[in-house]
Structures are given as C-alpha cells and as structure tokens.
Design a protein around this ligand. Sequence first.
Ligand code: ADP
Length: 503
Amino acid sequence: MARFSAFALGAIALPAAILAVFGYLSLRQWEASSELLFREQARDMAVMAAEKIEMVLLRAEDEIVRRIQPVVGGPGLTPDAVQAVLAGAPLVRRLYLFDRQGRRLFPAALGEEEAGVVAGLLAELSPGFWERGGRRHLLVGDEVILAAVLKTARGEPVLAAFSRDLEALRREILEQAPGGAEGSTILAVLDHRDRPVWSRAPLERADPVVTAPFGEAFPSWQLVLYQPQGASPREAVRRQITIFTVAFGLLLVVIVVGLVATYRLVRRETEMARLKSDFVANVSHDLKTPLSLIRMFGETLEMGRVTDEARRREYYRVITRESERLSRLIDNVLDFSRIDGGRRTYAMAPTAVEPLVREALEAFGYPLTQEGFVVEVAVAQDLPEVSLDADAVGQALANLVDNAVKYSGERKALRVEAAVRDGQLALSVADEGIGIPPEEQGRIFEKFYRVGRSETQGRRGSGVGLALVRHVALAHGGRVTVESRPGAGSRFTLWFPLRRSAG
Ligand code: ADP
C-alpha cells in the first residue's frame, strides 16, 4: 500500500503538477506574444487602410478636377455648365472658381460663413502656388479644401477649390475601406479635432488600439482601430486559461477518482490474496488435527494394549467423530470449489423438515455432550414438506451448528428451531457464544472472511462455511440472516420459501 501511494505520487501527482506549471507558463507566454502579434497586425492593417482610403479619395478628386477643366478651358464659363459638373460629383460640397486677381468666377453669391472660408483660403495660397500650378489640400476653418490651378483657353490661371461633402465622403470613400480582415476590430476615421467622422460599427464600449496618420489629402485626420471591450486577445487568452484550468481540474478529479478506485481494487485483491493463503493454512491444519487423532487412536487400538472395553469404545467413537469432521471439512472445501467455479447443482425434492434437523444434529451428538452443551430443539408440529436439496440444507445446518460449537465460550447452549414464519420456513441455530460485532455481520458471509484474529484465535476454520450456507439459501430462493451481539450470542436463520409440493 505504501508502494502504491509512492507510485501514485511519483507517476501521477508529480507529472500532473509539472504539466500544470508548464501549461500555465506557456499560456502566459502565449498571452504576451499574442498581444504583441495582434498589435503588429493591427498597425499594419491600419496603415494599409489609411493608404487605401487616401488613394480612393485622390482618384475621385482627380476625376472631379478632370471634369472641371473643360468647363474652365472652354469658350464660356457659364454657371449652368459648372452646375452640370457638380450634379455628377456628390463629393463636392461647395465649388469656388477664382481668377488670378482673386475675382470670384463661381458662384455668384456667397453666404456669410462661406465668405470667411474663402478669405482664409485665398490668404493661404502663395503667389508661387499660382505660378507653379498643381494641387494642394488645405485645412481652412473646419473644412478640408482641395485647391487646384487650372488654365483657361488663353492660358490664364484659374483657381478651382472645393470642400467635401461629409456624407458623400463616408458613403463613397470611407465605406470602400478594406474591412474583410478586420476580425473583431472596428475601423474609424477621426477628423482634426479627434471627432469620429465615420466608423464601421458603433464605438461605444470600444477602446482604441492603434492609430495611423493619413497623408496630405486628410490634413490632421487619423485612422484609428478600435476594439470592442472583452474582445482583446488578452481576454481571449484569459478565457483559454480559464478553460484550461477547468479542464485540468476535471482531469485531476478523474485521475484522483481512478486512483482511489485502483487503490480500493488493489486493497481488495491484496486482502483476497491474504485470505486465500490463510484459507490454505487453516484447511491444512484442520485436516491434520483429526488425521493425527485418528492415527493415534487407531495405532493404540491396533497394538491391542487397550483392554478396558469402555475405553476401547471411547477410542472408536473418537475415530468416528474425527472422520466425520474430516469428511465435513472435505465436503465443505469441495462444495466451495464447485460453487466458486459455478458447478454446484442442487437436486430439489419434497423433504420433511423434522428428520432433516435431527440428522444434522445427530452428527454432533458426541461433541455436544462431551463439551457439556445444553441442546434445545424446537421443531414446530405439522410442518409441511418443503422442496429442498436435503443434503445441501443438512450441510448448511451442520455448518451453523459447527460454528455455534466453535464460537461458544463459557455458556454452552444451543437452540435449533424450525417453524413457519412470515409464510416462510425458518430454520435457526442460536448460541450464547462470543457473538459478532455489528460492523462484521455483513462481511462474515464473504468467502474466506473470518472475524478479527484475536476473536477467532485458537478456533480453527476455513472461512468458507458461511459462504456456503448463503449459497445454499440463495439457491433455494431464500436467504440467511444473522442477529448477534458480542458477548451475548448469535442466531443464524435460514429462510426458505414454502412451495408446497404436489405430493
Ligand atoms: P470459519 O471456518 O472461520 O468458521 P465461517 O464462514 O463459518 O468460517 O464463519 C465466518 C466467521 O464468522 C467466523 O470466522 C467467525 O468469526 C464468525 N462466526 C460464524 N459463526 C459464528 C457464531 N455462531 N458466533 C460467533 N462468530 C461466528
């Protein structure tokens, strides 16, 4: 058992502990590296998305400028022609056209707020820009304005400037942002005041993860990747750790249950092995004692030295009694081995109870009188014949009487009863012997089982007697019960169902 515990500790508990530590450490490491990896990927994705958005926007703006050019370079710059271009360019919120002197060519009138924007715009543009031409994005007030220098048919520079319509920007540009690979993150665009202009999903309960700047098409704007709360890789790993811990705990429970089961099994087997070796020793001893008695008395008689007739008869009786004991023992062992191998058969026949009881007791006549037993036999009148295997039941009764004799102390009293109780035939054998502790009463019917050594010390036995008794009772559709108190005595009762025979 100690070796088993050492084995359990060494082979299971230790590896389990090591596995738990390693599992925990690697999960921790995984947590850190997945966080890092996630951030890197998020950054790459944000940069890519910003580039893509900017590219799409620039291309759309190019297209608009390309469509304005013919209007400016044409023979007459009419508001209608400009309106026609604007109708096909929803991205343009307001378009302004100026000549080199700063005179407004379009639109005819300005709102008050617009006037401020226009003034700011013109102030921002350097003379160099007019000369060089090209395009510039400017942040004027709260508006991003694209300014482009175009040429009239006569080669005069004309400034075309337009602000963006945010709604159209969202719809036609930002929605085109790459998003398939976003996973759990949310793409958002913030303006120069960090106000969200657009996001792919609501941003409440989401935290920013990485930020990527735009190029000049979005001066001071930013693209930000958000992450909904609870969706961070760290939290995913936390969940994994929880699952791992729970699974590991379950595994441990299974291992412990398995260990306990194995331990009990091993203990049972060890106990059985011990009982078996006791059995062999006990049976050998039980065989030897009567044999040596028979031999001793036989030799004494053979030598013809015993002249006293009474003495001689006494010697003969000892020889008979001991051979009866021997055959009972051998019968028990043989029957037991038949039962153990499942080969024991019973031949039922209608049997009268009274003779059965008397015969069983007769075999003990000599030892009972010699040891000074007070024997009481109470067989109820007019008991019906019962379907029984007379030999088997006789043997069971003999075992019970044998035990009563063996386990009696000072008070030597034996009471055998046969009666109908609760519609069953009850055969009981009671003594006033040493009794059986309550906790042992369930086990005494197990094969090889004998109550604690000190109690049975000096009383030889094989431990199979009661196992046999129980088998006989069960084979008859009955059972065997015991009532016993240590120091007061025991009563064993065999119960048989009353199936009245036809005869
Ligand atoms: P054994 O050969 O040891 O008598 P049994 O199977 O007949 O084996 O009985 C099992 C154990 O039950 C005995 O060892 C004894 O401890 C206990 N026992 C059986 N009958 C009695 C009894 N009448 N009084 C006290 N103890 C008994």
